[in-house]
Design a protein around this ligand. Structure first.
Ligand code: ADP
Length: 434
């Protein structure tokens, strides 16, 4: 039945030429179909050859039409979605073409930088660096990189990594491919890391210096005690009772100095490695001050003359009571130590809406001007202290304690006239009057 409906050989030829295009999609299977249909052998062979021919034609046509298009699209996509700004430059470095990222990075419409030079994108200070890598890239025929500052038309800046490589035909440079990567965030992170590292190094340095100084200071009273005990051991039969008592008294003084030194060293060490927890609670600074001054007056053989004033507006505030006690005690005990008993010591508390202020003022020996910047450093004692006992750690502790309250401490002093220490602490308020 199928055989009756078969066209003649000529008709088949014509049919082939008329329907060539239509058959293109099915050409690879055409020979098989014809064979199946039982076409006479020579027509079948011709048909098969044509089918193969068409298959080849079709493949080439697809290759010609589709491949370049895909390649172009791929290239465009690569350029368009690349996270770096890509610029195609003329040999004289004028901009020929840019991708979308370039317009985003430079916050501009595509036409804005048309006909501008690469140099229009670069900070003046970096032009020499860019010229250097262009020369290198040209000489070595390679891509070269440099970190630069880019500037936009609106005069804003950003850090960028510029890469540039020549496009060459034979020995001739026909253009340049340049990429600009925004490295502002990376630079900021690098800078932050560097700063943290430096801070860490400084903290470690401080700790090492502190340990070295502490060991040295602790050795001094020990050496002194050793010498006195040696004297007692060797000469005790030759010494009168009062001489022995004198030396025992000296040992006691050294033990007390050593105890104070150990206590202060531990306090400061704990403050510096943040072992002491900052624990602010609702606290009346006025009550604390009064209590401390009362304690000083009851403990000292010669009663210090305090003049105490407190701002009536002083509020209760969130303060670490232990640290505040340490601050007031150290400042007041220094004022007592470094001024004659006959002179009054002024202690005052005041406040405004943001700050609490504590002032301790004396009329004592004062601090030499050249040393004022060093008195908050651990173990620093001014040259005019003579035989007045001290560890040189009190003010370092005060400073750390004030800073834990986010406060500041200042000092004004005149040699032989007196000294004023002022502590400012920002108020973390709580309800109620002091
Ligand atoms: P110290 O135990 O030696 O008093 P501080 O750390 O409290 O240690 O003080 C450091 C140095 O600052 C003191 O040795 C002293 O030279 C100086 N100083 C501190 N307070 C006063 C003051 N009120 N008057 C004069 N000098 C002071």
């Amino acid at each position: 039945m199928i055989e009756k409906e078969l066209p003649s050989g000529r008709q088949l030829d014509e049919e082939f030429s008329r329907t060539e295009t239509a058959l293109r999609g099915f050409s690879p299977a055409l020979s098989d179909i014809i064979l199946e249909l039982g076409v006479p052998e020579h027509y079948a062979r011709q048909a098969s050859e044509k089918a193969n021919c068409m298959a080849s034609f079709e493949y080439q046509a697809i290759e010609c039409a589709v491949r370049p298009k895909t390649a172009k699209e791929r290239a465009e996509a690569m350029l368009k979605y690349n996270p770096d700004a890509i610029l195609l430059l003329h040999p004289d470095l004028h901009i020929q073409q840019t991708n979308v990222t370039f317009h985003t990075l430079f916050a501009c419409e595509p036409h804005v930088y048309h006909d501008c030079s690469l140099y229009d994108l670069i900070d003046e200070a970096d032009i020499a660096h860019v010229n250097a890598i262009i020369q290198l890239a040209s000489a070595k025929q390679t891509g070269e990189q440099v970190e630069i500052h880019c500037r936009r038309k609106d005069d804003t800046h950003f850090d960028a990594e510029l890469s540039i490589s020549p496009i060459t035909v034979g020995a001739e440079t026909t253009g340049w491919v340049c990429t600009l990567r925004d490295i502002t965030k990376r630079k900021r992170t690098d800078a932050d890391l560097l700063q943290a590292l430096k801070k860490d190094e400084a903290a470690n340095d401080r700790k090492l210096r502190f340990i070295a100084m502490a060991s040295h200071e602790l050795r001094a009273p020990l050496t002194s005690m050793l010498m006195i005990t040696d004297t007692l051991r060797i000469y005790r039969h030759k010494l009168a009772e009062p001489q022995i008592d004198l030396r025992l008294g000296q040992i006691k003084t050294q033990i007390m100095a050593l105890a104070a030194l150990i206590e202060d060293t531990l306090q400061l060490a704990q403050l510096q490695v943040h072992r002491i927890k900052f624990n602010p609670v609702e606290c009346s600074l006025d009550t604390l001050c009064r209590n401390i001054l009362d304690e000083f007056q009851s403990q000292n053989v010669i009663t210090p003359q305090f003049i105490y004033t407190c701002d009536t507006q002083l509020c209760k505030a969130q303060l670490d009571e232990t640290l505040m006690r340490r601050i007031i005690t150290n400042l007041v005990s220094n004022a007592i130590k470094y001024s004659p008993a006959s002179k009054p010591i002024l202690v005052s508390l005041s406040c405004n809406s943001e700050m609490l202020s504590l002032t301790v003022q004396d009329e004592g020996i004062g601090i030499p001007a050249a040393e004022i910047d060093h008195i908050f450093e651990p173990f620093h004692r001014a040259t005019n202290v003579d035989s007045i006992i001290g560890t040189g750690l009190g003010l370092a502790i005060v400073k750390d304690a004030v800073e834990l309250h986010s406060g500041t401490i200042t000092v004004v002093s005149e040699l032989g006239v007196g000294t004023i220490f002022t502590v400012h602490i920002p108020i973390m308020p709580c309800a109620g009057k002091a």
